[in-house]
Design a protein around this ligand. Structure first.
Ligand code: ADP
Ligand code: MG
Length: 363
């Protein structure tokens, strides 16, 4: 096992920077997820760690070793891709044993080890099958087995669940997390899916345009996004972000609507953020907001509310939906301490003292 360090890692194609000054530490045994929109440099970062992509500048260390210029095979890394091509003519155990056979491990020894790996992945009963007789999730587990049989120091995943359907993706995600916890191998996982990042990671790195916008535990990032980009990228449905004037207890939207906050924050022009889960609609004939759309999800519903032409999203427990129907008038309040304030120019979070607990929004 090993700690991985990126030090000012930079990659450019010609004059186009793709990854810029990435500083990152993956603690020994941790599960770190790189998450961000398509094209932000996630795969490139991963591939530089794997040695599949050269580094323009900066250093990569695994444990005490500078591996920046080492060949991929000398890095003790295993990688699981989205396209986990298994050998169709080989059985599960032969597929898993393949990397050992490739380095001339005797057949009996390789297969015995493959059986142990298959067992640990819950594949023992199907170790004689060919890939075509497995489900997508089982095939993915075989691919993981093939990667772990060499006992790598570092495990890399590049969108390994993207090819699976939604239900299988969630199941395989859980299995993957259990496998990683059991093996304790330092892991770096790339995805564009913020939910996958939230559920899998010990630490997540939100990337934007080749830079780390924020690094933290999922809760740190969710509770205190550093800017409006992270705020809207992490969390589903998206955080409500509204520009307006914040003067004392009043927040005035561009359309003239006044939201009153039961806390004093004088900041002038700001972007106000409230997560849908923190914005509570209450049926109110005098209310000046209107329910535009109700989408039932089962235990919860997504409620879209119109506030004088501005749409806000609420997430409401189904048990608290009484009177919240399409067309109904509502008032809105935010849960105490749940308002995020961002600088309207830079989008940076306004931290600290100005934001007190116990706020309410009254449109
Ligand atoms: P992600 O995995 O976050 O979707 P990538 O790391 O694959 O993003 O790519 C980051 C950026 O680098 C993209 O804009 C992509 O077009 C560019 N890129 C990737 N590979 C090359 C290459 N070989 N030559 C030029 N540009 C590339
Ligand atoms: Mg990618």
């Amino acid at each position: 096992m090993a700690t991985v360090r990126f030090e000012r890692l930079t990659k450019s194609y010609g004059s186009i920077p793709v990854v810029t000054d990435l500083d990152l530490e993956l603690p020994d045994g941790s599960f770190t997820v790189l998450v961000g929109p398509s094209g932000c440099g996630k795969s490139t970062s991963l591939r530089m760690l794997a040695g599949l992509e050269s580094v323009t500048s900066g250093t990569i260390r695994i444990g005490d070793r500078d591996v920046t210029n080492l060949q991929p095979r000398d890095r003790d890394i295993a990688m699981v891709f989205q396209n986990y091509a298994l050998y169709p003519h080989l059985t599960v155990r032969e597929n898993i044993a393949f990397p050992l056979r490739a380095v001339k491990t005797p057949r009996a020894e390789a297969l015995a080890k493959a059986d142990a790996v298959a067992e640990s992945l819950g594949l023992a009963t199907m170790s004689g099958r060919k890939p075509k007789d497995l489900s997508g999730g089982q095939q993915q587990r075989v691919a993981i087995g093939r990667a772990i049989i060499r006992e790598p120091k570092v495990f890399l995943f590049d969108e390994p669940l993207s090819n699976l359907d939604a239900k299988l993706r969630v199941e395989t995600r859980t299995e993957l997390l259990q496998i990683q916890r059991r093996l304790g191998i330092t892991s770096l996982y790339v995805t564009h899916d913020q939910e996958e990042a939230m559920t899998l990671s010990d630490r997540m790195v939100v990337m934007r345009d080749g830079r780390a916008a924020q690094v933290g535990t999922p809760l740190e990032v969710y509770d205190a996004p550093v800017d409006t980009f992270v705020a809207s990228f992490v969390g589903s449905p998206k955080m409500n972000l509204v520009d307006g004037e914040l003067t004392g207890e009043d927040f005035t939207l561009p359309n003239g609507f006044v939201l009153s906050l039961s806390q004093r924050i004088s900041r002038g022009h700001v972007t106000l953020g409230v997560r849908p889960d923190d914005l509570v609609p209450t049926a109110d004939d005098e209310g000046r907001a209107t329910v535009k759309l109700v989408e039932l999800l089962g235990p919860r519903a997504i409620v879209t509310v119109d506030v004088g032409g501005t749409e806000l999203t609420c997430v409401v427990e189904t048990a608290r939906m009484s009177g919240i129907t399409e067309g109904a008038r509502v008032s809105l309040s935010a849960r105490p301490g749940a308002v995020h304030v961002f600088d309207a120019e830079t989008g940076r979070r306004v931290v600290g003292d100005q934001i007190e607990k116990g706020n309410e929004l009254h449109p």
